[in-house]
Ligand binder design. Structure first.
Ligand code: 13P
Ligand code: SF4
Length: 306
């Protein structure tokens, strides 16, 4: 570690304890950000951690909807997102007015929204889900018909695993859409013994050539428990850092080097320090939206705990 980074890290740690803050980081964050976090995980694990923390300040190293979810469950805490430009393009592919319009077209469908959505969209949904619990939520919600927003590919994958009648919104993740089946088949040719694990945000044709389809937290657990020594990873490349760190004896091959989420990489050590110094930028969901969105998030947390 160079002197500049060690100096930055020391300042962050000092301020973190002074301000009684916790640093939460998503699995796609830069390695140096993961290293200073109190907890690194997937969207479900991060929302559970945020809901339970007794720290007064949450520094969210991830994208905007993740910080919003923390603000929904922890209205009395200060939730900081070190760069407000860190938004998820898929979450922006549906607005609350669009969802309200679609609900009118499908009055019998229960609305399940992927956590990668705005608080305003969550407020118009019956329940929220993440990639880790989407199948369970869709299967267990008390309605045979589902409107799933905004990720058409996650929705499609869930529909292959459940008996529900599902309608999809045409959203998608531009990063995961870059991972093509040819990429995986090429990697498989070079590493014939490797297991292939992909995220359910991938296209159906990519999912079709995988051995396992898992959330980023699920990919971490799979890497530890599998007997395979080589693993082809079909998700955002940032996860490779944690996979290697926690499994030094295994080999991880990114399915595509193109699978980079530029917004996730906007969070840096410098911005984390600045954010703690300034107690900004804060993400705060307006109370009328928060109260409605909380119902969808709480329902998800309750259904995942069962
Ligand atoms: P996970 O909940 O699996 O970490 O996924 C979040 C995400 O944004 C994937 O692109
Ligand atoms: Fe959004 Fe895709 Fe980035 Fe995840 S990887 S935050 S879904 S754009």
């Amino acid at each position: 570690m160079d002197d500049l980074n060690s100096d930055l890290i020391k300042k962050i740690m000092d301020l973190k304890s002074k301000k009684k803050a916790i640093i939460l980081a998503h699995n796609y964050q830069l390695g140096e950000v993961q290293d200073i976090a109190d907890f690194v995980g997937d969207s479900l694990e991060l929302s559970q951690k945020a809901a339970k923390t007794d720290s007064e300040v949450i520094v969210f190293c991830g994208v905007h909807f993740m910080a919003e979810t923390a603000s929904i469950t922890c209205p009395d805490k200060t939730v900081l997102l070190p760069d407000l430009n860190a938004g998820c393009p898929m979450a922006n592919m549906i607005t609350a007015p669009q969802l309200i319009g679609e609900k009118k077209e499908l009055p019998d469908a229960a609305v399940v929204c992927y956590i990668n959505s705005s608080a305003a969209v969550k407020a118009e949904s019956d329940v929220c889900c993440t990639s880790a619990n989407a199948i369970r939520i869709v299967q267990n919600i008390d309605s045979p018909e589902i409107l799933f927003v905004p990720d058409q590919y996650l929705g499609h994958y869930v529909s292959t695993q459940t008996s529900k009648k599902m309608h999809f919104w045409p959203g998608y993740c531009p990063t995961h859409a870059r991972i093509r089946p040819e990429d995986i088949l090429r990697a498989k040719k070079e590493h014939p013994q490797a297991k292939v694990v992909v995220h359910p945000e991938c296209r159906p044709e990519t999912i079709a050539v995988a051995d396992e389809v898992l959330s980023t937290g699920g990919i971490m657990r799979f890497a530890q428990s599998t007997a395979a020594r080589e693993i082809i990873v079909g998700t955002e490349v940032g996860i490779i850092y944690r996979l290697k760190k926690e499994n030094p004896d295994k080999v991880f091959i990114p399915a595509s080097e193109q699978a980079v989420c530029p917004r996730m990489k906007l969070i840096t050590l410098e911005k984390i320090l600045w954010s703690l110094e300034e107690m900004a930028p804060e993400v705060k969901v307006p109370e009328p939206i928060r109260v409605k969105a909380l119902k969808a998030v709480e329902r998800m947390l309750e259904m995942s705990a069962r």
